[in-house]
Design a protein around this ligand. Sequence first.
Ligand code: BTN
Length: 242
Amino acid sequence: MKDMFNDINLNNVNSTNQWAKEHLTELHDRSVVTAQTQTNGRGRLNRSWMDLGEGNLFLTFVLKPDLKYSSHFSNITQYLSVILCRILEKYEVAPQIKWPNDVLVNGKKIAGILAETSMSQNNFNGIVLGIGVNLNAKAESFKSIDKPATALNLEINREINLENFKTELCEEFFGQYDEFMGNGFLFIMDEYIKHACFLNKELTVAQINKNISGTAKGINEHGELVLAQQDKDIILDIGDIL
Ligand code: BTN
């Protein structure tokens, strides 16, 4: 199973996504970059991702898919969120997905996913798909985080083996990666919706410079959020539910 991917373990980096982008030309398709610590972990919408110390997962998948699948690239984070739910269920927790790709346990964020596409002179170099999973943390560490967050060890009262968790995640990810690339969001749509915790709720979505409110009516076949407002539906492809 190990040769499903190329395993690169680093000690300390600023960010595994950043490192992967800087080394993208030398890295093979289906490489996995992990680091023991990150000094400048990056999050979605220009936020940062906190390093909660040893035993937590900081991982970047390096992907160089054929451009014929480009219409499915934006759903890769949703694919990873579904894969992570499958792994978390093995640990007997009940994960939920908050659109587009946050994974929560008991209403608290346990993982974050950030995909970045690398281009140079209009050429596509690849996708770096980063995931941070809180596996082993102290409850006090979350006091400085503005939104509810948790870690797997706190949910199931035992230490988590980082290496096993990483292997399980990577094997599950690459096990169906080709099928996902071929079919896009439709391949995971039912499973995604089964885990969705936001449907039929009144909510506000933050975008880079505006907030949009409405009722979450559904997820369409492209993985976009359909928000119902009084007189119309709005389709959102990016944002962060507040
Ligand atoms: C978010 O929820 O805002 C996304 C957080 C993504 C964090 C991971 S940790 C590994 C990879 N390297 C980074 O710098 N960010 C991602």
